[in-house]
Ligand binder design. Sequence first.
Ligand SMILES: [Zn+2]
Length: 325
Amino acid sequence: MPEPPAPAPAGGEARRISIRVDVDTHTGLRDGVPALLDLFRKVGLRASFYVTMGPDNSGRAVRRLFTRKGFARKMARTNALKIYGLRTVLSGTLLPSRPVGHGFPDLLRRIEAEGHEGGIHGWDHVFWHDRLERMDAAAIERELRQAAEAYRAATGHDPAGTVAPAWRATTESLEVQDKMPFRYASDSRGQSPFRVARAGGAAHRLIQIPTTLPTLDEMLGAPGMTEARILETLTEGLEPAGLNVFAVHTEVEGRHAAPLFETVLRGWLEDGWSLSSASSGRRRRRIARRRGTTRRSEPFARAYGVLSAGPNLPRTPPLTPIVST
Ligand SMILES: [Zn+2]
Protein backbone atom coordinates (compact mmCIF):
# COMPACT_ATOMS: atom_id res chain seq x y z
CA MET A 1 0.00 0.00 0.00
CA PRO A 2 1.45 3.40 -0.87
CA GLU A 3 1.77 5.89 1.94
CA PRO A 4 -0.58 8.87 1.79
CA PRO A 5 0.95 11.81 -0.06
CA ALA A 6 3.10 14.12 2.03
CA PRO A 7 1.55 17.51 2.73
CA ALA A 8 2.22 19.82 -0.18
CA PRO A 9 4.02 23.07 0.59
CA ALA A 10 1.48 25.28 -1.18
CA GLY A 11 -1.02 24.97 1.64
CA GLY A 12 0.83 27.29 4.00
CA GLU A 13 4.21 28.52 5.13
CA ALA A 14 6.32 25.46 4.40
CA ARG A 15 9.66 27.35 4.30
CA ARG A 16 11.39 24.36 2.82
CA ILE A 17 14.54 24.25 0.70
CA SER A 18 15.71 21.15 -1.15
CA ILE A 19 19.42 20.82 -1.78
CA ARG A 20 20.29 19.06 -5.01
CA VAL A 21 23.90 18.00 -5.55
CA ASP A 22 25.11 17.48 -9.12
CA VAL A 23 28.18 15.28 -9.48
CA ASP A 24 29.79 15.86 -12.90
CA THR A 25 33.40 14.69 -12.55
CA HIS A 26 35.70 12.02 -11.10
CA THR A 27 37.34 14.48 -8.72
CA GLY A 28 34.00 15.98 -7.82
CA LEU A 29 32.81 12.57 -6.67
CA ARG A 30 36.04 11.37 -5.06
CA ASP A 31 36.80 14.57 -3.11
CA GLY A 32 33.70 16.76 -3.20
CA VAL A 33 31.07 14.21 -2.20
CA PRO A 34 32.77 13.06 1.05
CA ALA A 35 33.31 16.72 2.01
CA LEU A 36 29.63 17.50 1.39
CA LEU A 37 28.48 14.39 3.25
CA ASP A 38 30.51 15.52 6.26
CA LEU A 39 29.06 19.02 6.05
CA PHE A 40 25.49 17.75 5.72
CA ARG A 41 25.95 15.52 8.76
CA LYS A 42 27.33 18.48 10.71
CA VAL A 43 24.40 20.77 9.92
CA GLY A 44 21.84 17.93 10.00
CA LEU A 45 20.37 18.03 6.53
CA ARG A 46 19.49 15.43 3.95
CA ALA A 47 20.04 16.21 0.29
CA SER A 48 19.64 14.57 -3.09
CA PHE A 49 22.73 13.54 -5.07
CA TYR A 50 22.64 13.07 -8.85
CA VAL A 51 25.69 11.36 -10.22
CA THR A 52 27.11 11.21 -13.75
CA MET A 53 27.68 7.46 -13.94
CA GLY A 54 30.05 7.04 -16.91
CA PRO A 55 33.36 8.49 -18.08
CA ASP A 56 34.69 11.92 -17.08
CA ASN A 57 35.37 13.64 -20.41
CA SER A 58 35.63 17.13 -18.93
CA GLY A 59 38.69 17.81 -21.07
CA ARG A 60 36.43 17.83 -24.11
CA ALA A 61 34.29 20.50 -22.49
CA VAL A 62 37.37 22.62 -21.95
CA ARG A 63 38.29 22.19 -25.60
CA ARG A 64 35.21 24.28 -26.38
CA LEU A 65 37.26 27.18 -25.03
CA PHE A 66 38.85 27.37 -28.43
CA THR A 67 35.72 26.96 -30.49
CA ARG A 68 32.87 28.71 -28.69
CA LYS A 69 32.99 32.34 -27.71
CA GLY A 70 30.26 32.15 -25.10
CA PHE A 71 31.76 29.12 -23.48
CA ALA A 72 35.21 30.75 -23.40
CA ARG A 73 33.76 33.69 -21.52
CA LYS A 74 32.02 31.38 -19.09
CA MET A 75 35.12 29.30 -18.47
CA ALA A 76 37.27 32.39 -18.01
CA ARG A 77 34.74 33.88 -15.63
CA THR A 78 34.35 30.75 -13.58
CA ASN A 79 38.10 30.03 -13.69
CA ALA A 80 37.84 26.42 -14.80
CA LEU A 81 41.40 25.47 -13.99
CA LYS A 82 41.12 26.64 -10.40
CA ILE A 83 37.76 24.96 -9.87
CA TYR A 84 38.35 21.67 -11.62
CA GLY A 85 42.15 21.22 -11.45
CA LEU A 86 44.50 20.27 -14.26
CA ARG A 87 43.75 16.52 -14.25
CA THR A 88 40.03 17.11 -14.73
CA VAL A 89 40.38 19.71 -17.51
CA LEU A 90 42.56 17.27 -19.48
CA SER A 91 40.38 14.22 -18.77
CA GLY A 92 39.23 12.55 -21.98
CA THR A 93 41.65 14.50 -24.20
CA LEU A 94 45.38 14.55 -23.45
CA LEU A 95 44.81 12.15 -20.57
CA PRO A 96 42.43 9.18 -20.54
CA SER A 97 38.97 9.72 -19.12
CA ARG A 98 38.44 8.48 -15.59
CA PRO A 99 35.22 6.94 -14.28
CA VAL A 100 32.71 9.00 -12.34
CA GLY A 101 29.83 7.06 -10.69
CA HIS A 102 30.60 3.52 -11.80
CA GLY A 103 34.11 3.83 -10.37
CA PHE A 104 32.85 4.59 -6.85
CA PRO A 105 30.13 2.12 -5.85
CA ASP A 106 31.11 2.44 -2.17
CA LEU A 107 30.55 6.20 -2.27
CA LEU A 108 27.14 5.76 -3.91
CA ARG A 109 26.17 3.38 -1.13
CA ARG A 110 27.54 5.79 1.47
CA ILE A 111 25.36 8.61 0.10
CA GLU A 112 22.26 6.50 0.69
CA ALA A 113 23.47 4.98 3.96
CA GLU A 114 23.70 8.51 5.37
CA GLY A 115 20.04 9.14 4.58
CA HIS A 116 20.35 11.04 1.31
CA GLU A 117 18.57 10.35 -1.92
CA GLY A 118 20.41 9.13 -5.02
CA GLY A 119 19.73 9.56 -8.70
CA ILE A 120 21.54 9.82 -12.01
CA HIS A 121 22.96 12.81 -13.85
CA GLY A 122 23.52 11.11 -17.21
CA TRP A 123 26.17 8.63 -18.32
CA ASP A 124 28.61 10.91 -20.15
CA HIS A 125 27.92 14.50 -19.09
CA VAL A 126 29.97 16.09 -21.89
CA PHE A 127 28.50 13.86 -24.62
CA TRP A 128 24.95 14.75 -23.53
CA HIS A 129 25.82 18.45 -23.35
CA ASP A 130 27.38 18.49 -26.83
CA ARG A 131 25.24 16.02 -28.75
CA LEU A 132 21.77 15.78 -27.26
CA GLU A 133 20.07 17.75 -30.01
CA ARG A 134 21.53 15.31 -32.58
CA MET A 135 20.85 12.12 -30.61
CA ASP A 136 17.98 9.85 -31.63
CA ALA A 137 15.83 7.98 -29.13
CA ALA A 138 18.08 4.88 -29.24
CA ALA A 139 21.20 6.89 -28.42
CA ILE A 140 19.45 8.72 -25.58
CA GLU A 141 18.13 5.45 -24.20
CA ARG A 142 21.66 3.99 -24.29
CA GLU A 143 22.96 6.88 -22.18
CA LEU A 144 20.16 6.69 -19.61
CA ARG A 145 20.11 2.90 -19.42
CA GLN A 146 23.85 2.60 -18.88
CA ALA A 147 23.61 5.16 -16.11
CA ALA A 148 20.59 3.53 -14.45
CA GLU A 149 22.13 0.04 -14.67
CA ALA A 150 25.43 1.21 -13.18
CA TYR A 151 23.48 2.85 -10.37
CA ARG A 152 21.51 -0.33 -9.76
CA ALA A 153 24.71 -2.42 -9.80
CA ALA A 154 26.14 -0.26 -7.03
CA THR A 155 23.07 0.16 -4.82
CA GLY A 156 20.80 -2.77 -5.66
CA HIS A 157 17.88 -0.60 -6.72
CA ASP A 158 16.76 1.96 -9.31
CA PRO A 159 17.82 5.60 -9.09
CA ALA A 160 15.04 7.76 -7.64
CA GLY A 161 15.19 10.39 -10.35
CA THR A 162 17.02 11.64 -13.38
CA VAL A 163 18.62 15.03 -13.77
CA ALA A 164 19.65 16.01 -17.31
CA PRO A 165 23.26 17.12 -17.68
CA ALA A 166 23.50 20.87 -18.34
CA TRP A 167 19.71 21.28 -17.95
CA ARG A 168 19.30 20.03 -21.50
CA ALA A 169 16.26 18.08 -22.65
CA THR A 170 14.62 17.34 -26.00
CA THR A 171 11.25 15.91 -26.98
CA GLU A 172 13.06 12.55 -27.49
CA SER A 173 14.79 12.62 -24.10
CA LEU A 174 11.47 13.33 -22.35
CA GLU A 175 9.80 10.41 -24.16
CA VAL A 176 12.64 8.00 -23.41
CA GLN A 177 12.91 8.77 -19.70
CA ASP A 178 9.13 8.55 -19.28
CA LYS A 179 9.40 4.81 -19.99
CA MET A 180 12.15 4.25 -17.42
CA PRO A 181 11.65 3.54 -13.72
CA PHE A 182 12.30 7.09 -12.46
CA ARG A 183 9.87 8.72 -10.06
CA TYR A 184 10.61 12.23 -11.32
CA ALA A 185 12.93 14.25 -13.49
CA SER A 186 14.67 17.54 -12.88
CA ASP A 187 15.76 18.79 -16.26
CA SER A 188 15.16 22.51 -16.09
CA ARG A 189 15.16 25.78 -14.21
CA GLY A 190 11.77 27.08 -13.14
CA GLN A 191 9.51 28.06 -10.28
CA SER A 192 7.22 25.14 -9.48
CA PRO A 193 6.77 21.43 -10.28
CA PHE A 194 5.21 20.76 -13.66
CA ARG A 195 4.71 18.14 -16.33
CA VAL A 196 5.80 18.93 -19.86
CA ALA A 197 2.91 18.80 -22.33
CA ARG A 198 3.46 17.08 -25.67
CA ALA A 199 2.59 18.88 -28.91
CA GLY A 200 -0.76 17.08 -28.94
CA GLY A 201 -1.50 18.25 -25.39
CA ALA A 202 -1.01 15.05 -23.37
CA ALA A 203 1.33 15.50 -20.42
CA HIS A 204 4.43 13.42 -19.86
CA ARG A 205 4.39 10.84 -17.05
CA LEU A 206 7.38 12.22 -15.17
CA ILE A 207 6.90 15.29 -13.11
CA GLN A 208 9.62 17.90 -13.44
CA ILE A 209 11.00 19.43 -10.26
CA PRO A 210 12.96 22.46 -11.47
CA THR A 211 15.90 24.22 -9.86
CA THR A 212 14.57 27.56 -8.67
CA LEU A 213 17.63 29.42 -7.39
CA PRO A 214 20.79 30.62 -9.15
CA THR A 215 23.85 28.46 -8.47
CA LEU A 216 26.91 29.60 -6.56
CA ASP A 217 29.22 29.04 -9.54
CA GLU A 218 27.00 31.26 -11.69
CA MET A 219 27.10 34.02 -9.10
CA LEU A 220 30.75 33.70 -8.05
CA GLY A 221 32.02 34.69 -11.49
CA ALA A 222 29.54 37.51 -12.13
CA PRO A 223 31.03 41.01 -12.33
CA GLY A 224 30.76 43.03 -9.10
CA MET A 225 29.48 40.04 -7.12
CA THR A 226 30.41 39.95 -3.46
CA GLU A 227 29.72 37.36 -0.82
CA ALA A 228 27.16 39.68 0.80
CA ARG A 229 25.39 40.18 -2.54
CA ILE A 230 25.30 36.40 -3.12
CA LEU A 231 23.66 35.83 0.27
CA GLU A 232 21.18 38.61 -0.44
CA THR A 233 20.33 37.21 -3.90
CA LEU A 234 19.71 33.74 -2.51
CA THR A 235 17.50 35.06 0.28
CA GLU A 236 15.50 37.22 -2.13
CA GLY A 237 14.94 34.20 -4.38
CA LEU A 238 13.20 32.09 -1.73
CA GLU A 239 9.45 31.49 -1.78
CA PRO A 240 8.15 30.69 1.72
CA ALA A 241 5.13 28.73 0.50
CA GLY A 242 6.57 27.48 -2.76
CA LEU A 243 9.20 25.25 -4.30
CA ASN A 244 12.81 26.10 -3.45
CA VAL A 245 15.54 24.01 -5.02
CA PHE A 246 19.20 24.95 -4.76
CA ALA A 247 21.62 23.11 -7.07
CA VAL A 248 25.12 22.48 -5.78
CA HIS A 249 28.16 21.32 -7.76
CA THR A 250 30.61 19.09 -5.94
CA GLU A 251 33.56 20.73 -7.68
CA VAL A 252 32.49 24.11 -6.29
CA GLU A 253 30.63 23.74 -2.98
CA GLY A 254 32.53 20.53 -2.14
CA ARG A 255 35.87 22.21 -2.64
CA HIS A 256 36.94 25.86 -2.85
CA ALA A 257 33.50 27.38 -2.15
CA ALA A 258 32.79 25.06 0.80
CA PRO A 259 33.09 27.81 3.48
CA LEU A 260 30.68 30.09 1.59
CA PHE A 261 28.23 27.20 1.09
CA GLU A 262 28.29 26.44 4.82
CA THR A 263 27.59 30.13 5.52
CA VAL A 264 24.60 29.96 3.15
CA LEU A 265 23.21 26.81 4.79
CA ARG A 266 23.64 28.11 8.33
CA GLY A 267 22.02 31.40 7.37
CA TRP A 268 18.99 29.58 6.00
CA LEU A 269 18.72 27.41 9.12
CA GLU A 270 18.97 30.47 11.38
CA ASP A 271 16.18 32.11 9.37
CA GLY A 272 13.93 29.13 10.11
CA TRP A 273 14.09 27.37 6.73
CA SER A 274 13.74 23.62 6.83
CA LEU A 275 16.43 21.68 5.00
CA SER A 276 14.90 18.25 5.72
CA SER A 277 16.42 17.24 9.04
CA ALA A 278 18.33 14.01 9.50
CA SER A 279 16.11 13.02 12.42
CA SER A 280 12.97 12.89 10.30
CA GLY A 281 14.86 10.64 7.89
CA ARG A 282 15.77 8.22 10.66
CA ARG A 283 12.18 8.11 11.82
CA ARG A 284 10.96 7.29 8.31
CA ARG A 285 13.61 4.58 7.90
CA ARG A 286 12.48 2.97 11.15
CA ILE A 287 8.91 2.90 9.84
CA ALA A 288 10.13 1.44 6.53
CA ARG A 289 12.06 -1.30 8.38
CA ARG A 290 8.99 -2.20 10.46
CA ARG A 291 6.96 -2.54 7.27
CA GLY A 292 9.61 -4.82 5.80
CA THR A 293 10.32 -2.46 2.92
CA THR A 294 13.84 -1.53 1.96
CA ARG A 295 12.82 1.72 0.28
CA ARG A 296 14.62 4.66 1.81
CA SER A 297 13.11 8.00 2.59
CA GLU A 298 13.68 10.34 -0.31
CA PRO A 299 13.82 13.97 0.68
CA PHE A 300 13.74 15.64 -2.72
CA ALA A 301 10.74 13.79 -4.04
CA ARG A 302 8.97 13.41 -0.72
CA ALA A 303 9.08 17.12 -0.05
CA TYR A 304 6.68 17.63 -2.92
CA GLY A 305 4.55 14.52 -2.58
CA VAL A 306 6.07 12.74 -5.56
CA LEU A 307 7.54 9.64 -3.98
CA SER A 308 4.51 8.50 -2.10
CA ALA A 309 2.33 8.62 -5.19
CA GLY A 310 4.46 6.11 -7.07
CA PRO A 311 3.73 6.02 -10.79
CA ASN A 312 0.29 7.60 -10.33
CA LEU A 313 1.22 11.18 -9.66
CA PRO A 314 -0.97 12.97 -7.17
CA ARG A 315 -3.54 15.49 -8.21
CA THR A 316 -2.78 17.89 -5.40
CA PRO A 317 -2.76 21.52 -6.52
CA PRO A 318 1.00 22.15 -6.75
CA LEU A 319 1.48 18.99 -8.79
CA THR A 320 -1.24 19.57 -11.38
CA PRO A 321 0.28 20.18 -14.82
CA ILE A 322 0.53 23.92 -15.09
CA VAL A 323 3.33 24.64 -17.50
CA SER A 324 3.33 23.53 -21.09
CA THR A 325 6.92 24.08 -22.21
ZN1 LIG B 1 26.12 18.69 -14.36
